[in-house]
Design a protein around this ligand. Structure first.
Ligand SMILES: [Zn+2]
Length: 121
């Protein structure tokens, strides 16, 4: 399950930020996942609970926003959306610039800091 190795990197980011902002408790972790990133959201959630166990993030709410696929035709600039619609009407060969759909990043980490009441990073 490659979500485990992906989550390992995500979790490192969460822990780095928790340490940097001296979070005694991570409350929310929000991740953005593109439709073409090859990540299964349910598997990612499972991987999060696996890594979060016995850490400051063990009670954190883990949420995912899935971003659909979109692109732009390099020939005419037409906007294209959806995995199966990336071939523009004007061209025989698909030639497009990918705009969204491959993202995979930690959007926000929210927690309770030793320094302040609430900290968003
Ligand atoms: Zn076109």
């Amino acid at each position: 399950m490659h979500e485990l190795s992906i989550m390992q990197s995500i979790f490192e980011i969460v822990m780095e930020n928790a340490a940097k902002h001296r979070l005694k408790k991570v409350e929310k972790v929000h991740v953005v996942v593109g439709e073409l990133s090859g990540v299964e959201p349910e598997a990612l959630k499972f991987a999060f609970s696996f890594f979060a166990r016995d850490s400051v993030a063990q009670d954190a709410e883990f949420s995912i926003t899935t971003v659909g696929v979109s692109g732009r035709c390099r020939a005419c600039g037409e906007k294209l959306a959806g995995i199966t619609n990336l071939r523009c009407k004007c061209e025989v060969k698909p030639d497009y610039e990918m705009l969204t759909g491959k993202e995979l990043y930690v959007d926000t980490i929210t927690g309770e800091s030793e320094l302040e009441e609430e900290k968003s990073v």
